[in-house]
Design a protein around this ligand. Sequence first.
Ligand code: C2O
Ligand code: CU
Length: 623
Amino acid sequence: MTTGQLIVADHVAALLSAVAWSATGVAAAARRSSLALGLLAASVLVTLARVTTVAVLAGRGWWFVQEKVLLGLPLLGAAALAAVLSLVVAPRGEITASSVVLLLTTGYAAVAGVVVTLVAGYPLSLSTALIATSLVGVAGLLTVRVVAPSPAGPAGLSRRQFIGLAGAVVAGTAATGVGLRFMPSSSTATGGGPGRHRSEPGVSVADLRGAGAPAPGGARRSYTLTARTATVRLPSGRSFPAWTFDGRVPGPPITATVGDLIEVTLRNADIEGGVTLHWHGYDVACGEDGAPGVTQAAVVPGDEFVYRFRADQPGTYWYHTHQASHLGVRRGLFGTLVVAERMDGAALDLTLPVHTFDGTLVFADPDGRSDFAAAPGTNVRLRLVNTDSDPHRFALAGAPFRVTAVDGRELNHPGEVRDVGLRLPAGGRHDLSFVMPSAPVAVTVDDGRGSVRLGGDVSVDTSGWPELDLLRYGSPATVSLAADRHFTLVLDRGVTLVDGRPAYAQTVNGHGHPSIPDQLVTEGDLVRFTIVNRSLETHPWHLHGHPVLIRSRNGRPATGSPLWMDTFDVRPGEVWEVAFRATNRGIWMNHCHNLPHAHQGMMLRLCYEAVTTPFGDRHHAHG
Ligand code: C2O
Ligand code: CU
């Protein structure tokens, strides 16, 4: 079983146990003794099954079970034990009032366990434990009031006094729990490395800017992109109200050759919420990164901002607005960025972004073409770009091919493959190379929702093709990285603050943006991330400013080509280990590239020591 399936199985067992214990309590309260005993047996069995799922899950990682082992199961176990004992000591066949109270309380404890898992998740805090335990206590006391007929409570107190006293204790505990929840928590994580040296002179991100001139022999590539609303006609003929650069979706393709200077003037005509340009996967100087509220202020209507950086990295990238990007990118504020080597071999070089506009999937080159001519023998390079917030599956039919680059970075000795599916995470890019055969070739998206054709149509069912595992593709090369800092990011859902408001958030270590502690690094550090997905959704993880080297997935080391990615899919239950060298000073966003998830809290910052920002309104650093 995959960890994702185990998580689902455990949720099911937890829910069943909550239902079973509650039903037992209700049957006991109705004095249906044989029904109650039958349900009791079922509850015990389900609970034992639950203990098994938790034990197996624990083997996959403590992050997956912590709150269950430390709180949910002990609470349930204690209540269940007390209930069973009360039945054992009771006169034969009789269900006493205290058994009823204890059985119902066991039901509350089981429900509390489920709620803690779904609402608070990882890590379990003292506050959550106090609140959950006291709520179970309150419910138990209320039940005593309703159910127990006996006039006297324990310790010689009257029932009233007992309930009053116990109620006060429980209320005090709950209040402490709630209070702890709103205590300011530490705002920086150091990952085991040194903390801030206050004495160090600071540098502002506003001063960390790109080169002003091309490399010798390079050219200046100047663009002006104007963000504005426009009605756009899709290749399918449908029109929709888009947010565009220069009235088109995708925006104008930006191309350069290694050594050129890329200079882009961004103007905003009428996008009310403001726009920026973020160069996804391109390791620009931090001041060019386009993170509003961190590296610049968003460009409001009538304003402009000039980005300037040297095209030193060849490969396939893309750009997009980073202001309210969950809306802006979806509506069209993005385009492709391709930097070619000075001597690029491919005779036919196509950049093919895929994007879902207003519910319609579009897979074509930036001019909307999806049919191309190619003479047999032509060297072809296809640059696939996933600009959506969900993964897409691509398949190339009609020719064997190589995946020559992932996220812009060349792979080491990629072997020839055929009849495989390629999964591109949100934001990801794959470059495919092949020699055009005499018959047509087609690339499909999601097994037929979209296709790009070379030389005609190909009809093949690609849905059964296995997925190419990039962690086992290409030849290894030694890259040794011993970490100076290690950060663990546990991704989940839970109730917490996002931008100061309570929400059912997408969380990192139990917090939502901007309350997730900043990750502090020092220039030159080797940094390791362990990224754990406890949730039932895929999270395409994306760090700005640095590609990361994939070390392992689910404890299995990557054995193929060194794989440098800027966005990688952490699927439900997966644990990824990645590493990178901190060589690009700045304050960098580190977030889920499912942009609605980022908006719902799953976004934090990686901060270099002594780098400051004058755009410090963290609440507007929308991913
Ligand atoms: Cu492609 Cu922070 O984004
Ligand atoms: Cu996500």
